[in-house]
Design a protein around this ligand. Structure first.
Ligand code: BV8
Length: 240
């Protein structure tokens, strides 16, 4: 399979790639949505109904991410190595709001669901680096309004970020690799069907178990990301 791989690589990642770094996934039995109600913490309605509850949910995740105990794993490092050594472009499109791809060295990355380490002002729209707890008492450093800062995260019913750049990259992709995602959340879950109707694109799923979109992928390997992703990247780099 890897012999034929050449050209631009687009990689979609989900929570599964960060699981072995100690971050929970969403839909696994021990996932986040087993603990909290999606509608209460990951929708604009939930935020307007009880902003303190939503701030608490994201503050706990931000604190965990920045605690020093959550580090990139060998799958994140393998993708950074691929970007550095592949003879065409490598773009990571991540659904994750953690910063582990960047901490592993990935530079060419698009977060489509936002970032835990950023806050956005609902008054002036500015996006700020934010590494501490966020609450209604915080003041926007740009327009000085109080209580208008929210997590810079995309909730259900909100438009994902960077969609124009994502569509452009998908059109130019020669290889599409989906890693650690269950294929339940749109529009990310629709990328594979879009690519199937496009020119020659090699499609690969690397996941712990078959995702909802598994039948649509040409190739697949199942196992833990820290094992199957470095092996896949090694095979790609050896084949070029
Ligand atoms: C939008 C907030 C319009 C950030 C999240 C009906 C049909 C189709 C669509 C819809 C519909 N009804 C509503 C919709 C739209 C909705 C949607 O898709 N709903 C679903 C539930 C049906 N989507 C939206 O609202 C999106 N916006 O559609 O706007 C639009 C459309 C097109 C263009 C422009 C505008 C907004 C979606 C974003 C919502 N925000 N979270 C946060 O708090 O983190 S979603 C949440 O799910 C996270 O962002 C997460 O990234 C995302 C996807 O989850 P996964 O990453 O896949 O995680 P999951 O736990 O599900 O799976 C983990 C996988 O890893 C598993 O397969 C597991 O086996 C594997 N794994 C586990 N361990 C390992 C492993 N793999 C390898 N190694 C391991 N060790």
């Amino acid at each position: 399979m890897l012999k034929q791989a050449k050209g631009n690589i687009v990689i979609l990642t989900g929570a599964g790639i960060s699981k072995e770094s100690g971050l929970s996934t969403f839909r696994d039995p021990d996932g986040i949505w087993a603990e909290v109600n999606i509608d209460e913490v990951a929708t604009p309605e939930g935020f307007s109904h009880n902003p303190a509850k939503v701030h608490e949910f994201y503050n706990a995740r931000r604190e965990r991410l920045l605690s020093g105990n959550v580090l990139p794993n060998s799958a994140h490092f393998a993708l950074a190595r691929l970007e550095a050594q592949w003879n065409a472009s490598v773009l990571v499109i991540t659904q994750n709001v953690d910063n582990l791809h960047e901490k592993a060295g990935t530079r060419n990355i698009l977060h489509m669901h936002g970032e835990l380490t950023k806050a956005r002002c609902t008054t002036c729209g500015i996006v700020l680096i934010w590494r501490k707890a966020l609450s209604r008492n915080d003041i926007c450093g740009s327009c000085t309004s109080t209580g208008s800062l929210r997590p810079h995260v995309v909730w259900f019913g909100e438009n994902p970020l960077n969609m124009h750049k994502i569509q452009t990259a998908l059109k130019d992709a020669a290889v599409f690799v989906s890693i650690g995602t269950s294929g339940h959340v749109y529009p990310a879950a629709s990328f594979i069907s879009q690519l199937k109707s496009q020119k020659e694109v090699m499609t690969v799923e690397l996941n712990l178990e078959p995702s909802a979109n598994a039948p649509l992928f040409e190739y697949s390997t199942y196992g833990e990301a820290t094992k199957i992703v470095p092996a896949f990247v090694h095979g790609l780099l050896e084949s070029q």
